[in-house]
Design a protein around this ligand. Structure first.
Ligand code: DGJ
Length: 736
C-alpha cells in the first residue's frame, strides 16, 4: 500500500495489492479523477486517460481554451454552476445569494494511518502501518472557504475511505446546502446498480437495475437510515456474479437521512455520489466553524459480489466495530418479547429464564414493558425506572440479581430516543419533542421523538440510563427506536438553523452511544429499530450487533440475512428461533430449519420455552450445544453466498474459517416437490488440495471436488424431509 505524488504531472496514485485510485490536480486548480479499479503499475503520468476536446454547447473554464470544460472532465468533488451541469458534490450559499464556487488546490499531506472524524463513526486503524491517508486542502477565495478532502487506503483491505471537511475562514456567513461524502466519476456506464430495499419485516432484499442515462437513486428522508433503503449501493459489471467480475461498493457510515445515486451522462460517464440527503440538510458556517461529512467506504472487487462482501465483512468486523465485544463470541440469549410482549410478571420471567438456563442459554433479555406503567405501547417511554411494583416487585435491580444467581446474564431493552405523551418526562418537558410550532405533532406507535439535537435532552437521558446501568446487573442492552421523524423542528435552534436538526439529531444519538459505551465497556449493545430500520455501519461502530428484523420466520429470514450479508458480517446479525405459526407471517417451519437459519447469525431464542414438550427441549439443547461448538467459526470465518433465495426454490450459504480448515454449509429448500433429481451443491472458499470430512464421515473429499464437482446433497440429510422448508447444515473439517 502506498500513496505516491508525482510532482511533475501533479498526480496522486493511491494503491494497495488489489486496487488503484488516481487523482490529478487540473490546470484550473480543481481535482480531476483518472482511474479507480484493479491495481495497475505506477508511472509518472496517466493524464492521457482524460480527453480534452471542444464540443458544441460546452462552456469553458479558460477563455483561450475551448477544450477545457468541466462538463467533460471526470472530477473528484465537483461543483455546479460553472461549466459542469451534472449533480454536484456540494453547494455553498453565500451572503450575496450566489451558489457558485471554485475550490483550487492549496496543499496536500500524505501521512501514515487514518484520522478519526469529530463526533462521527468511522473505520479506524490500530497501528499507523495499516493505512495511508491523503488530505488535499482546497480554497475558494470568493467565499473564503477551505475544503479538505480526505482519502485513506488500507493495506489489508481492498478499500478506500473518503470524507470532506469544510471550514469557513472568512468573515461572511455561508450556508452549506449540500455536502456529499463522496463523488466518483467512472469512465463508462456499463454497470448495474445493486442495492438493498425493503420495508418493516422485509428489510434489505437485494435489488438490481441497469444504470441508464439519467439518475438512479436510493435515499432515506425518514430521520433514520431506514428499512426501506440501506445506505449502500454497488455498481457491478452486468456480467459480474457472486464469484467473478468487477463490483464497486459504496457504503455510508451514517444512520440518518442519506442519498446514494448513479448518474449516467450522455457521454457515457457515470457519476456516483453518496452522503447526507441535501433535501433535509443545510448548515450554517460562521468564521472558524467546521462541517465534517460522514465517511464513505468504497470497496473494489474483481471477484464478484462475494469478493466485495468479504472485504466489507472483514473491515467492519475488525476496524469499524469496537470495544470489548468486538472479538468475543456472543452469548446465546432468550428474549421474552414474542412470548409475553408487555404482559408479564417477575415470576413468569424467572420461569422462562430458569428453563433457558436448563437448556444451556446464557443471557436472559427483558424486552419492552418493564418501566413506568408500560402495559401497552401507549405509555411511559422516557420514564426509565420501575413504577409498577406489582409487575416487578424487586425492580430491575432485584430481577437482575435473581437472574444472575441462576448463572445467567441479564439484559434489558430501552428506547432512549423516544417519549410517550403519557409519561412524567413529557409532562415535565413537553417542548423536548421534535415538533413544529403551531403544527400537529404526528404520533407514530403512540410515541414522539425526543429532540436529541439538544444537549440538555441527551444529558438527561444519559443520566437515567447510566443510573440504570450502575444500579442493576446489566450485561446487555437492546437499544430500540420505533418510529421515524416527522414535523422536524427543534425549539433549541434559531429559524436559520432548522436545516441542521436531522443531522444534529443523529450526532446526539452518536454522542449518547459514545458516552454509554465508553462508561460501560463490558456491556454488550445491540441496536434495533423496529427490527432493522437503522441497520447501518454508523450503528455498528457503537453496537457490534443489530436486531436484523422483527420478521423471525425462517423462510423470510433467509432472504433478509442473505441480503444483509451483501455488506454486513453475520457476526453482527441478531437471529432468533421463534414460535410457529410465525407471528409475522403465520408460517409453520420445522424447528430444525429455524435453527439452521438462525445459527448463521447471532443465535438466540424468542419463544415460550415453558410451552415446549420434552422432545423439542432436547432439540433445543442440541442446537445450543452445536452453536457453542461452532460460534467461534461463525464469528470470525468468511461468509460465502452460494445460492440466492431471490431467484430459486432453494438457498445456500457457507462460512469457512480463515485458515480454510473448517466450514459450515447451510442448504435450504423452500417448497417440497415430487420426484426430484440428484442434486449437488458447489462450495467455495476451501483449499483445493485439502482433504475434508463431512459431518465426521470416514470418506475424504478434496477441496477441488467440493468446489468443482460439488457436494452431493442427499435428500435424507435434510431435516423435515417430505415437508416444505427442509434444510441441512453440514460441518466440514480438514482431515489430518
Ligand atoms: C421493536 C423490536 O424490533 C422488537 O424486537 C421489540 O423489542 C419491540 N420493538 C418492543 O416494543
Amino acid at each position: 500500500m502506498d500513496i505516491i505524488f508525482h510532482e511533475k504531472s501533479k498526480e496522486f496514485h493511491l494503491f494497495n495489492d488489489k486496487l488503484s485510485y488516481i487523482i490529478k490536480i487540473l490546470k484550473n486548480g480543481q481535482l480531476g479523477h483518472l482511474y479507480y479499479g484493479k491495481r495497475i503499475r505506477d508511472k509518472s503520468s496517466f493524464a492521457y486517460h482524460m480527453e480534452w476536446r471542444a464540443r458544441s454547447l460546452g462552456a469553458c473554464v479558460f477563455s483561450d481554451n475551448p477544450a477545457f470544460s468541466l462538463q467533460y472532465t471526470r472530477q473528484e468533488y465537483p461543483s455546479y454552476g460553472t461549466t459542469d451541469f451534472h449533480y454536484s458534490a456540494f453547494e455553498i450559499m453565500q451572503e450575496n445569494g450566489s451558489i457558485i464556487s471554485d475550490f483550487k488546490y492549496v496543499s496536500h499531506e500524505i501521512c501514515d494511518g487514518k484520522k478519526s472524524l469529530m463526533g462521527l463513526p468511522a473505520t479506524y486503524v490500530e497501528s499507523a502501518c495499516e493505512a495511508k491517508t491523503l488530505e488535499i486542502t482546497l480554497y475558494d477565495s470568493v467565499s473564503a472557504t477551505e475544503l479538505v478532502l480526505s482519502w485513506s487506503v488500507f493495506d489489508q483491505y481492498s478499500a478506500i475511505t473518503r470524507n470532506a471537511r469544510f471550514m469557513q475562514k472568512g468573515s461572511q456567513m455561508i450556508i452549506l446546502k449540500n455536502a456529499m461524502s463522496v463523488s466518483v466519476d467512472m469512465p463508462d456506464g456499463d454497470f448495474e446498480m445493486v442495492h438493498l430495499a425493503g420495508a418493516w419485516g422485509r428489510e434489505r432484499h437485494i435489488c438490481k437495475k441497469p444504470v441508464d442515462q439519467g439518475v438512479q437513486s436510493i435515499y432515506s428522508l425518514r430521520g433514520a437510515s431506514s428499512a426501506e433503503h440501506n445506505p449502500f449501493i454497488a455498481l457491478k459489471r452486468p456480467s459480474a456474479n457472486e464469484f467473478s467480475g468487477e463490483a464497486y461498493g459504496f457504503s455510508l457510515v451514517y444512520s440518518g437521512n442519506f442519498l446514494a445515486q448513479a448518474e449516467l451522462d450522455t457521454h457515457g460517464m457515470t457519476r456516483v455520489q453518496m452522503g447526507i440527503h441535501p433535501k433535509t440538510f443545510s448548515w450554517q458556517l460562521n468564521q472558524g466553524e467546521i462541517f465534517q461529512t460522514p465517511e464513505t467506504v468504497m470497496v473494489y472487487s474483481c471477484e464478484g459480489l462475494n469478493g466485495m462482501s468479504q472485504v466489507y465483512h472483514r473491515l467492519y468486523r475488525n476496524r469499524l466495530m469496537r470495544g470489548a465485544w468486538r472479538d468475543r463470541v456472543r452469548p446465546i440469549l432468550i428474549n421474552n418479547w414474542e412470548t409475553t410482549e408487555a404482559n408479564f410478571t417477575e415470576d413468569r420471567l424467572l420461569r422462562i429464564a430458569q428453563t433457558g438456563k436448563e437448556l444451556g442459554l446464557e443471557l436472559f433479555v427483558l424486552d419492552d414493558g418493564w418501566f413506568g406503567f408500560r402495559d401497552n405501547d401507549q405509555t411511559s417511554l422516557g420514564d426509565w425506572y420501575v413504577k409498577n411494583f406489582e409487575k416487578l416487585p424487586s425492580g430491575t435491580n432485584g430481577l437482575s440479581e435473581k437472574i444472575e444467581s441462576m448463572g445467567m446474564k441479564f439484559g434489558l431493552w430501552i428506547e432512549p430516543e423516544m417519549v410517550s405523551k403519557d409519561s412524567d418526562l413529557y409532562r415535565a418537558h413537553p417542548d423536548w419533542i421534535i415538533s413544529t410550532p403551531d403544527r400537529f405533532a404526528s404520533p407514530s406507535r403512540n410515541q414522539h421523538v425526543l429532540d436529541f439535537s439538544r444537549k440538555e435532552v441527551v444529558d438527561y437521558i444519559y443520566g437515567l440510563i447510566s443510573k440504570l446501568l450502575c444500579e442493576a446487573k446489566i450485561s446487555y442492552i437492546k437499544w430500540d427506536m420505533n418510529r421515524y421523524i416527522t414535523e422536524c423542528y427543534s425549539s433549541g435552534l434559531p429559524p436559520e438553523r432548522q436545516g441542521e436538526v436531522f443531522h444534529r439529531y443523529i450526532l446526539g444519538v452518536y454522542s449518547l452511544y459514545e458516552r454509554l459505551t465508553s462508561e460501560f465497556p463490558d456491556v454488550l449493545f445491540e441496536s434495533c429499530a423496529s427490527g432493522g430500520a437503522r441497520s447501518d455501519p454508523g450503528m455498528l461502530y457503537y453496537a457490534p450487533q443489530t436486531w436484523t428484523s422483527d420478521n423471525t420466520d425462517a423462510a423470510e429470514r433467509i432472504k433478509i440475512q442473505y441480503g444483509t450479508s451483501l455488506v454486513y458480517p453475520i457476526s453482527s446479525m441478531g437471529a432468533h428461533v421463534s414460535d410457529v405459526p410465525n407471528q409475522q407471517v403465520g408460517r409453520m417451519t420445522p424447528i430444525e430449519t429455524r435453527a439452521n437459519v438462525a445459527c448463521f447469525g447471532l443465535f438466540g431464542y424468542e419463544l415460550n420455552l415453558n410451552a415446549l414438550g420434552e422432545e423439542e427441549k432436547e432439540k433445543i439443547k442440541r442446537q445450543v450445544a452445536f452453536v457453542k461448538e461452532h460460534r467461534e467459526l461463525i464469528m470470525s470465518g468468511d461468509f460465502v453466498r452460494l445460492k440466492s433465495p431471490f431467484s430459486d426454490n432453494e438457498a445456500a450459504w457457507m462460512v469457512v474459517s480463515i485458515d480454510r480448515k473448517e466450514a459450515l454449509v447451510g442448504y435450504y429448500r423452500f417448497l417440497n416437490y415430487a420426484n426430484k433429481g440428484m442434486k449437488w451443491l458447489r462450495l467455495a472458499g476451501l483449499t483445493e488440495t485439502q482433504p475434508y470430512r463431512i459431518n465426521g464421515s470416514d470418506v475424504i473429499f478434496y477441496g477441488d471436488e467440493l468446489i468443482h464437482a460439488g457436494m452431493v446433497l442427499r435428500d435424507e440429510d435434510l431435516t423435515g424431509v417430505g415437508t416444505d422448508f427442509a434444510s441441512v447444515v453440514y460441518h466440514l473439517k480438514a482431515a489430518e
